[in-house]
Every structure is written in C-alpha cells, then in structure tokens.
Design a binder for this molecule. Structure first.
Ligand SMILES: C[S@@+](CC[C@H](N)C(=O)[O-])C[C@H]1O[C@@H](n2cnc3c(N)ncnc32)[C@H](O)[C@@H]1O
Length: 280
C-alpha cells in the first residue's frame, strides 16, 4: 500500500499529465458532467453572497457555476494539480468571472480556518484522495455550522459504459491489475452508502444520496475514442503499457462497439453518478 505522500505525488503527476486533454475536450466533458453539477448545487441552496469552497475543482466546476450564482459571494477553487487550476482560471477569464481565487492544496490538509464556508463541493474528487476520512473531517471543519457538503462519485462500472467500453477493449491487449480498493481509482467510492458513511462518521446530519444520469455525446465513434484516450485517468494509464499496433487494434475494437450508440449523427453513451449531501 503506497503512503499518503506517494499517492499525492502520483495524483499530482497524473493530473498534470491529463490537463491538456481536459482543456482540449473541455466542452464535451463539461456537457457530460453538467447534470451532476446542477444536481449538487440544487442541494446547496446557493445564496447571492455564498462563501463556497470547491475541492478537487480541476478545471473549475462546479465552483465557477457557484461564482456566477453568487455575484456578491466568493468561491475558492482548490486542487492538487496547478495545471488543472490554470485551466480553471482561463475558463473563468473567458466567462468574465472575477469573484473567485485558486489555491493549490491537498483535500486532506486545507489551509483555511474553521467555519469559513457556507458550502463545500467535491465533484468526482473523493475517489482520488489518499485518506477519505481525514479529508471529510477537513471539509466539515471548514464548513460553518448549518453549512452543507455535497459531493459526487461514479457508481459501478457496469452502469458507466461511457468508460467501460474503452477499458474492456484495452484489457484485451494490456494486463490491467485489479484496482486497490483503498487506493485512488475512478470506482473506489461506487458502493452505495460509501461516502454517506464518511459524512456521518465526520458528524454531518441529514445525509442523503441519489443517482444522476449522464450522457457522453460525441460527433462520431472516432471522436469518442480520441477524447477518452486523452482524458480518462484509467484509460490513459493503461494505454501507456501497449505498443502502437496494439493501440490501433484497441481503437478499431472501440470504434466498432461504439457504433451501436450512434443515432442521428451523434454518439450518445450513458453513465450514472451518485451525489451525496450532508449538513453540519
Ligand atoms: C476527475 S477530476 C474532477 C475535476 C472537477 N471537479 C470536475 O468535476 O470537472 C479530479 C481532480 O481531483 C484532483 N485531485 C486528486 N487528488 C487530490 C487531492 N489529494 N487533493 C485535491 N485534489 C485532488 C485532481 O488533480 C483532479 O483535478
């Protein structure tokens, strides 16, 4: 089992490496994940003057949407990878959003005073944190009494063909080690109740979870493969193990399978995320 520092170093390097793919495919990724961000913010009751913290904010969502909903408020976007937050700043500038700041830090060691924020969001970040219990205690510490935490994680792979189609094809050419259940991976928090139990252990009340459907939409099967192979953490890591001919065989297999999801000139592949909310 790697140490917390080793996990953080690995994650920092991974997401620095993935950042160009996230910027290149920004509009496709953001369209896919938007229903999850919207569902999360619905439960956070964002006020005009909201003080909000977005953890593992990556390229800025859902924090930048909060900044737009709270013109007299302030949003802090945090992430381990400076390269991801640089993209968030560019996205904010493009939308003329100014009521935000970025801070590079790890979710389990936050440089903020107790009871600073009205709300905390963590969209698709929990599964990459070295110590999920310690991180949850940090989120609760920086929340004001009565403030809310809302996060989202992916449910099991079978309900997320948008990524499993690619991973199954890669597995025919590369040896994929089974993920460490306690180590960072996309599906680490997929079990129902997994994140809710962390919330309750950290003292949150009115904990609730619900599922939200997503759809990855691309112009073609080839575009689907290009974007998945450039921004999905599991796929990018697995593809590093294979040579060019194997990569071409994988691409051909994926593009063939994804054809089944093509309709009216678009490819639409479903997935399911789970949102979890709790109150301090
Ligand atoms: C899938 S991205 C999610 C980005 C964004 N929240 C979204 O939904 O579009 C996961 C992010 O978690 C960040 N991350 C990984 N480990 C972290 C840690 N220990 N502390 C803070 N952020 C971390 C990565 O750098 C990456 O930007």
């Amino acid at each position: 089992m790697p140490s917390g520092d080793e996990i953080r170093d690995g994650q920092r390097a991974t997401w620095a490496g993935l950042s160009a793919g996230w910027e290149k495919w920004d509009s496709v990724i953001m369209d896919q994940l938007r229903p999850v961000g919207t569902a999360m913010l619905d439960r956070l009751d964002i006020a005009e003057d909201q003080q909000h913290l977005d953890i593992a904010a990556g390229t800025g969502e859902p924090g930048l949407t909060v900044a737009k909903l709270a013109p007299r408020g302030h949003v802090v976007l945090t992430d381990l990878a400076a390269e991801m937050l640089d993209i968030a700043s560019r996205r904010a500038n493009a939308q003329a959003i100014t009521n935000f700041e970025t801070k590079v830090c790890s979710a389990d060691d936050l440089p903020f005073d107790d009871s600073t924020f009205d709300s905390v969001s963590v969209r698709f970040g929990y599964m990459f944190l070295p110590d999920v219990a310690k991180a949850t205690a940090e989120f609760v510490r920086v929340l004001k009494p009565g403030g809310r935490l809302c996060s989202s994680v992916w449910v099991k792979p079978e309900e997320n063909p948008w990524t499993t189609i690619a991973m199954q094809a890669i597995a025919t050419e590369a040896v994929l080690a089974p993920p460490d259940p306690d180590g960072p991976n996309m599906f680490r928090c997929a079990a129902p109740g997994c994140v809710g139990a962390l919330y309750e252990a950290a003292g949150l009340h009115d904990v609730a979870e619900w599922d939200v459907e997503v759809e990855l939409v691309t112009r073609s099967p080839a575009q689907y493969w290009e974007m998945i192979s450039e921004h999905v953490s599991l796929a990018v890591a697995a593809l590093q193990q294979v040579d060019e001919p194997a990569r071409e065989r994988i691409a051909k297999a994926v593009i063939g399978k994804v054809g089944a999801y093509e309709e009216d000139g678009k490819v639409r592949i479903p997935g399911v995320a789970r949102c979890i909310v709790g109150t301090k």
